[in-house]
Write a protein that binds this ligand. Structure first.
Ligand code: FE
Ligand code: FE
Ligand code: FE
Length: 166
């Protein structure tokens, strides 16, 4: 068996995040529907649009590698999304629902930030300049989304979820 290199690791991880982005694309409209605040709904829908573009960027990276765009099951994102669904289920109709949705969405963003940060570093190491630009563009969107979610949480959702008299 041939020795595996950073090239193999890069391709495997690219497949992992490609699978993850497609799952996220399906999860975001559900989170938008569940959100009680209009701001939250708008944020989830806006990020769904961005996610579509991110999937296209990944397809461009596959193309640069001369490989078919194919996903590889990512158990981590399935678990993170399942936890989010659990919150939607268990906090339906409660004032803390939006705080829970934001926390789930941030878990997703943090996973993506970890993945894109690594992919960008590896693409740099491998001398794949065009891939670095594509991966960095997505990384910046994930970071901006994470920051926006923090603002939504600290701006209103966390307060709303706190019991006033206890
Ligand atoms: Fe993404
Ligand atoms: Fe994964
Ligand atoms: Fe994201």
């Amino acid at each position: 068996m041939a020795e595996k290199t950073l090239n193999d690791l890069f391709l495997d991880t690219l497949k992992d995040i490609y699978f993850a982005e497609k799952q996220i694309l399906k999860a975001l409209p559900k989170m938008a529907r569940a959100s009680q605040s209009e701001e939250g709904k708008a944020a989830f829908l806006q990020h769904r649009e961005e996610t579509q573009g991110q999937i296209e960027r990944l397809e461009q990276v596959f193309e640069l590698l001369g490989k078919p765009a194919r996903g590889k099951t990512c158990e981590a994102i399935l678990g993170i999304i399942a936890e989010g669904e659990e919150i939607i289920e268990e906090f339906k109709g409660s004032p803390a629902l939006d705080a829970g949705l934001i926390s789930s969405a941030q878990a997703v963003e943090h996973y993506e930030i970890a993945r894109y940060g690594t992919l960008k570093a590896w693409a740099t190491q491998l001398g794949m300049k065009e891939a670095v630009v594509l991966l960095d563009a997505t990384l910046q969107e994930e970071v901006a989304t994470d920051e926006k979610l923090t603002q939504l949480g600290e701006g209103s959702a966390n307060k709303k979820g706190t019991r006033k008299s206890a």
